[in-house]
Design a protein around this ligand. Sequence first.
Ligand code: 13P
Ligand code: SF4
Length: 308
Amino acid sequence: MHWDENVHKIWEDIRSLKKKRNAVILAHYYQKPEIQEIADYVGDSLELARKAAGTSADVIVFCGVHFMAESAAILSPDKTVLLPVKESGCAMADMVTVEALKARKKELTNPVVVTYVNSSAEVKAESDICCTSANAVKIVKSIPEDKDILFVPDKNLGHYAAKQAKRELVLWEGYCPVHDEVKVEDVIRAKEEHPQAELIVHPECRPEVVDMADFVSSTSGLLRYAKESNAKEFIVGTEEGILHQLKKQNPGKKFYILEKEKLVCRDMKYTILPKLKEALENMNPQVTVPAEVRERALKCLQRMLDVK
Ligand code: 13P
Ligand code: SF4
């Protein structure tokens, strides 16, 4: 990939600010390519949470969305956590409030609440254990068989985890508006256009789309699979930012995004290089979590990280 002079210049500025602040830059696979390229680590939600928990840097710059930066602040309370654009949210995370969760828990008999990391700190604080798309099946399997499980907030990931773990789950009515937009007709069309390609999708997609896939996994899992598979072409059912690493890691293979118009998360694209630079210059916007919420949310995240 060729980068123009201006990009190189701003990367240089960011590198020197990073040094000055003793900062680490974490970026999700859905970020823009020029952000992924300047990051110290690019990863899926689980990998980035682990990095945030283990870093020795003083400042964590989270190039992603708010719940990710919040998780970093929960896991590393003594660090300054920056989110370059404070409006970078997650529509799925907004589909569950702490009041609604409390009410639902009351309706059910003492359920174990498994909460996807795509949720607010307050919702995590009201939950028992977190999961990401990379470990949802394993987390569900770790809950004793005699317990009822309420899975929050992604019904699509919950459906996938239930099927894989062979457990019945009570599902929250939430979903990712980006992945959920992809329909069976889109898959049929893409398969007709690329008959040789394997279909690889994220479990945030609808169950009927997931059922049509050759492989289903978190973003990191999809990257691993594309590398190891003998196939030369892939239809990719997740946010288009992942194409950058897929192409970079597999120069001889071809990747087609399942639905170009649909698989773009607007919030993930708010982070642009000037905003990243500004955040390091001004040490702002910072993401913090009140101590009382943090303590309870930390238990929920830590239980997830402790599941081996
Ligand atoms: P992961 O594959 O990183 O778990 O991500 C899904 C996602 O939607 C992040 O917003
Ligand atoms: Fe949220 Fe979906 Fe965007 Fe991920 S892709 S941040 S789940 S809206």
